[in-house]
Design a binder for this molecule. Structure first.
Ligand code: R5P
Length: 232
């Protein structure tokens, strides 16, 4: 049986089929998107001409190291296709993202993308979002207020800590991440609107109506899911 890392690699590999010469490609963040960036870097070394817009400092650095020309929204305001990972993929291709803390720039990149393709292994498929704690990016000064208001929505939040033990995790934009739940998110659109209405919230990790396609690697194959697909 393939390992989870092997499955992630298979999904990332499948995404290469959607890249054409001359495209502006959105570079996602996280372990699966990183595998895709590495594969894309190999193609660029062999002569593929594309430009990348990165969804995090990490992905920008990696892309540049691999020889992918990294541009920003001053050079192009439209992205042909973005390849990114997800923490949960539910029916309708409703997603939770932000497990790696990059949700804000990821959502900006997704919002500028003509096509947004999720790459993941089958463990990310769920019927209902929320088992993975929902990440919310908040302005540091507002955190206690935001946490209190999230409680009123039934969301118990914790400030994310940096993995190296240096204290609070700080995003690329200098903010905090609150991880909320686990919970059961029956109506992600309604919940997203309520969270966004809290002053001090910068962005949340619910990505609804962003993804057009998901490439999900299971034991025997990489399956394509659209918004109409049943999630097994
Ligand atoms: O902030 C991180 C991103 O949203 C990632 O794309 C997400 O957490 C999935 O990451 P991974 O591919 O490592 O499971």
């Amino acid at each position: 049986m393939p390992t989870q890392d092997e499955l992630k690699l298979q999904a990332a590999h499948e995404a290469l089929r959607f890249i054409e010469p001359g495209m502006v490609v959105g570079l996602g963040s996280g372990s699966t998107a990183t595998l895709f960036i590495k594969l894309l870097g190999e193609k660029v070394k062999k002569g593929l001409v594309i430009r990348g817009i990165a969804s995090s400092e990490d992905s920008a650095k990696l892309g540049a190291e691999l020889g992918i020309p990294i541009i920003d929204f001053h050079s192009a305001t439209e992205i042909d296709v973005t390849i990114d990972g997800a923490d949960e993929v539910a029916p309708g291709l409703a997603l939770i993202k932000g497990g790696g803390g990059k949700l804000l720039r990821e959502k900006i990149v997704a919002s500028a993308s003509k096509k947004f393709i999720v790459v993941a292994d089958a463990s990310k498929l769920v019927q209902t979002l929320g088992k993975f704690p929902l990440p919310i990016e908040v302005i540091p000064m507002a955190q206690p207020l935001v946490s209190k208001k999230l409680e009123l929505l039934g969301l118990h939040s914790k400030i994310r800590q940096a993995k190296d033990g240096s204290g609070n995790y700080i995003t690329d934009e200098g903010n905090l991440i609150l991880d909320c739940g686990p919970t059961v998110i029956e109506d992600p659109i309604a919940l997203g609107e309520k969270i966004s209405a809290i002053t001090g919230v910068v962005e949340h990790g619910l990505f609804i109506n962003f993804a057009n396609l998901a490439l999900i690697a299971g034991e025997s194959e990489v399956k394509q899911y659209t918004r109409e697909s049943q999630i097994p």
